[in-house]
Design a protein around this ligand. Structure first.
Ligand code: GLN
Length: 248
């Protein structure tokens, strides 16, 4: 009996809740810790982006639904209105600005290089050196992929192997199929901690800004920017980041 009552109550709350709050669909690619990943215990997608989205939506009176998809499907999905926004440790680039609008930035990312501990690649410059010929693993469609393709593969200084996830790219590195992986620094730290014999080069490839992407001309952009500004000013965003990224 108690169970039935509880279920009835949940249904009631769900329906009345749905009647009051509109749901915003947040697209992400949940293989990017600590920005988005599946929590082992709850099985839910958690991370910096989920919490930033929740804080924004709470301020604006929306519910959030997280939709997990391939990374390279995110921009088309938000541009076509299948989802309302992308929070995916997503870097602002001029090319992406042609198809989506970006909010103000809420975090910084750095493209770094992961190598085996005994690698002959000792700095980022080695990837661009004359006569270099490395196999570089990347996550498909990411800025790491775009930069390495443009700077290295197109310049005849090596080849780029795209993988569905950073985890797959790192697996290729540990099994010797690629010589290094170029990826965002925070997931890189997670991957290196989870795999023996890897390290991150001290020199960085490039620093970038993460922001939320919305459909071009979306009325939400202004509202989300206003909410984000407040959440940055009052320290909420920083405290979310600090919860997931422990300062060295
Ligand atoms: N910051 C990178 C990009 O925007 C990678 C993001 C990701 O893999 N989730 O391309």
């Amino acid at each position: 009996m108690k169970k039935i009552l509880a279920i009835a109550l949940i249904c009631l709350l769900t329906f009345t809740g749905a009647a009051f709050a509109e749901t915003l669909k947040m697209g992400t690619n949940a293989v990017f810790p600590p920005y988005e990943y599946y929590d082992d215990e709850s099985g839910e997608i958690v991370g910096i982006d989920a919490e930033v989205a929740a804080a924004i939506c709470e301020k604006l009176g929306y519910d959030v639904e997280i939709v997990d998809m391939d990374f390279d499907a995110l921009i088309p999905a938000v541009a076509n209105g299948k989802i309302d926004m992308v929070l995916a440790g997503l870097t602002v680039t001029d090319e992406r600005k042609q198809s989506v609008d970006f909010t103000i930035s809420y975090a910084t990312g750095v493209q770094v290089v992961i190598v085996k501990e005994d690698s002959d690649i000792t700095s980022v410059d080695d990837l661009f050196a004359e006569g270099a010929n490395h196999k570089i693993g990347v996550q498909q469609g990411t800025t790491g992929d775009l930069y390495c393709t443009g700077d290295i593969a197109d310049a005849g200084l090596g080849s780029v192997e795209p993988f569905k996830s950073g985890t797959d790219a790192v697996l290729a590195l540990t099994s010797g199929k690629v010589d290094c992986v170029v990826i965002d620094n925070e997931p890189a730290k997670n991957f290196v901690a989870a795999n023996e014999g890897l390290k991150i080069l001290e020199t960085e490839y490039i620093t970038e800004d993460y922001a939320i992407a919305l459909a071009k001309g979306s009325e939400l952009t202004e509202k989300i920017n206003a909410a984000l500004e407040e959440l940055i000013a009052d320290g909420t965003v920083q405290s979310i980041i600090d919860k997931y990224i422990v300062a060295e």
